[in-house]
Design a protein around this ligand. Structure first.
Ligand code: FAD
Length: 490
């Protein structure tokens, strides 16, 4: 009798670009079975696309779409290009509509006309010498990873890949036979520590041969953070300690110093009869602007200029629902310094409210109450100020306050938006220890880590560069998948 050898199973915790790229590589190999869990309402992580139903004046709901995380990506690697370009479009189509705005004043300058490489601008946007073309996903940024997963699913007839969205992996346990038992729940984002801990023994999600953790928060946060994959630090203490040290964990403020926060602000202005001046005022003569000289903002992007139709199968459907009907949408991105300032007041966590002497802290969910109007109001006000100073609004655009009242102003806190690279020459010893510890965890425990931070910490041997953050996240997932496949074949 011939007994078929069962394929190895891989669980992926995290469905951002890195986790989904890994899932694609693993599933299309035909060599392993893949199950991906993501905590968010939908896969995408920081490349997410938000579709918000808002009440319209006639009582119906209007969908307002925003790319409120990553804004665009560069491609200079053929493997990454082959994975994502089928789901992407060059952006913006008219280069003159991507500009630099100086908060001190002066007209918008098309970035393409600058010859200084504009280093240091938002995710390398002005570095035309490095990456002259930018892309966005067709159908909103979340469509990037959905495209990868769909391609993998169809190429394997759906047999090798399962995806669970809205599914938090709360804990992992290494069984005597070396497999990983995962438990979790359907607890949504922005829950309290108490809720997260209460559910950490949640339902059984399955048992797997390999565990791929595609999120640094899941891998390295202490257990008061709802993201934390409990049990991992106990099973892989050396890797956990090295990762925390490399990311600059500071117990005093309960944050990683190298992981920088950002706030994004989604703004929509009504396009209704009688409110035309509001449209004019915000109908700036550019599609997106990198902003310099502002403590508050570093990026502003009109959503109407993005190819959002794909999610509904036709370019322009987003326009029809959002802009043409009634709303003119912008996404504003804060500076990391502004986000730091907001967080120093409100924090990601507060001191332990549990039993006296207990370790840990309480996670502060970003409820509407937490965000209040503060970050949003400051960001919108700064945008108005910069537009006015640049003359981008045109003459005579002073508005009655009522006409300027936005339909929606909503902030999103990205407590872990990107990983700041070490200054050249720094961090060598910590990097060597982390590389050795991760290698040990892979070989001895079948645990692999991936994510943009793996590359930004310089672990893949390349010079960290945030202009390629999304590409780096994807390549880190693909490389992690290849190491898993090599072990499966051994
Ligand atoms: C506002 C903003 C703007 C940006 N702009 C750009 C840009 O223009 N260009 C660029 O290249 N990069 C940009 N970036 C950075 C880029 O988005 C990231 O580098 C990249 O998306 C990281 O992908 P990742 O897979 O490593 O992590 P993530 O996208 O963070 O994915 C991790 C996933 O793990 C999930 N997860 C966490 N814990 C658990 C758990 N316990 N159980 C289940 N799931 C879990 C999370 O829900 C998340 O989906 C931006 C980031 C932000 C925040």
């Amino acid at each position: 009798m011939v007994v078929a050898r069962l394929r190895r199973s891989v669980a992926i915790v995290g469905g951002g670009v890195s986790g989904c790229s890994a899932a694609h590589r693993l599933a299309t190999s035909g060599a392993v079975d893949v199950t991906l869990f993501d905590w968010g309402r939908a896969v995408g992580g920081r490349t997410s696309h938000r579709l918000r139903p808002e009440p319209a004046a006639d009582g119906s709901d209007v969908s307002l779409q925003f790319d409120h995380g990553a804004q665009f990506f560069h491609v200079d690697d053929p493997t990454f290009g082959a994975l994502v370009l089928p789901h992407a479009e060059r952006w913006p189509t008219d280069a003159s509509r991507l500009v630099l705005l100086d908060a001190a004043g002066g007209p918008p300058v098309p970035l393409a006309q600058r010859s200084d490489g504009a280093g240091g601008l938002f995710f390398g946007v002005g570095r035309t010498e490095l990456a002259p073309v930018r892309y966005v996903a067709r159908g909103g940024m979340g469509a990037l990873v959905r495209g990868m997963l769909n391609a993998a699913y169809h190429s394997t007839d759906g047999l090798a890949l399962r995806v669970y969205e809205g599914s938090r992996v709360a804990s992992c346990e290494r069984l005597p036979d070396g497999r990983w038992r995962l438990r979790g729940d359907g607890l949504g984002h922005e829950q309290s520590t108490a809720d997260a801990l209460a559910k950490s023994e949640g339902r059984l999600l399955g048992e797997f041969d390999e565990l791929l953790v595609a999120d640094h928060m899941a891998a390295a946060m202490p257990d008061w953070h709802p993201c934390c994959l409990r049990g991992l630090a106990d099973a892989t203490p050396r890797a956990s300690a090295a990762l925390r040290a490399s990311l600059g964990w500071d117990e005093g403020v309960r944050r990683f110093s190298k992981i920088r926060p950002l706030f994004t602000c989604m703004v929509a202005f009504a396009r209704e009869a009688g409110a035309d001046c509001a449209v004019e005022a915000h109908d700036a003569p550019f599609d997106a602007a990198a902003i310099v000289g502002s403590d508050v903002l570093q990026w502003a992007c009109a959503q109407r200029a993005r190819p959002h139709g794909g999610a509904r199968g036709a370019r322009g459907a987003g326009e029809a629902e959002g802009d043409a009907l009634r709303a003119h949408r912008w996404v504003l991105v804060s500076t990391a310094e502004f986000a730091d300032k907001c967080l120093s007041g409100e924090g990601l966590s507060r001191a332990p409210a549990r039993a006296a002497g207990a370790a840990g802290a309480e996670y502060v969910p970003q409820t509407d109450g937490y965000l209040r109007a503060d970050p949003a109001a400051a960001m919108l006000c700064e945008f108005e100020r910069i537009l006015a100073r640049s003359g981008a609004r045109g003459e005579g655009a002073a508005l009655a306050p009522a006409a300027r009242t936005p339909l929606l102003v909503k902030c999103q806190r990205w407590g872990a938006a990107y990983c700041a690279p070490d200054p050249p020459g720094d961090g060598g010893a910590a990097r060597a220890e982390l590389a050795a510890a991760l290698c040990e965890a892979e070989e001895n425990m079948s645990v692999t880590l991936c994510g943009d931070y793996v590359s930004m910490l310089g672990l893949d041997g390349s010079a960290p560069d945030d202009a390629f953050a999304i590409q780096r996240a994807a390549l880190s997932g693909i490389r992690a998948a290849e190491r898993i496949l090599a072990r499966a074949a051994a």
